[in-house]
Write a protein that binds this ligand. Sequence first.
Ligand code: OOG
Ligand code: MG
Length: 261
Amino acid sequence: MENVSMNLNVIANEIYRHQKSAVEMDKISTRYPSITIEDAYKIQEINMEKELQDGDQFVGWKMGLTSFAKQQSVGVKQPIYGRLLKSMVISNEELSLDGLIHPRVEPELAFLINKKLEGNHVTEQDVWLATEGIMTAIEVIDSRYKDFSFNLIDVVADNASSAKFFLSEQIYEPNKFQWEKAKVLMKLNGKAVQEGIGSAVMGNPARSVVELVKMLHSSGLSIEPGMIVLTGGITEAIHVSHGDSIEVEFVELGEIDLTVI
Ligand code: OOG
Ligand code: MG
């Protein structure tokens, strides 16, 4: 019998190499059939430690698969979380494809948290009280698995397909807008390709933060002040390639754009 727990560092190393080399890999779930979801989160953590040792900075969390559109498109029917690094931030309006395999983009809402959030009994109200502001966002995801195909365990071990993210310059006051009613339209090269509404994310994107806190609690973790939380794609993600222009219009909130270089 293989001892999977003994091999977590080996599996983590393999995924890490593929994350760095931008070469796609075979799923781990088929090669290590006894691997568990807890193992997958452990692998994610092991690789995050490597990034921090290499000088990167932990800036927040992402929730994934929080909308029906996203769950349907990848065939994984439950929310997951991943870890965000400073190096993932897109600071101009350009998305460089360097280091990416088959990137996709998706519109999201990002929460900036200013108080510690922890425990199993956290409510939406707690989340609002701990939210400094909300930004509109474009997340760039890039699965390291062949054909962007994975199961729950694969995608968690691959840091929930995290690659990059872009945040609006403007930080909106949380209580100045009904976020569940935020309408979004995503255009690719001027043509509308996806549209959605904030409530697609668990009824209200604040709910996604609640779920994150509960999931983190079961691993003894919490959200610290200053952290960003990406609450999950409101619509399906779309594939992008060199030269594309992406426009994400949030009705009454403005537009954020990326050019793929
Ligand atoms: C998994 C990551 C999902 C989201 O917002 O739902 C995600 C994937 O689709 O590759 O980031
Ligand atoms: Mg996402």
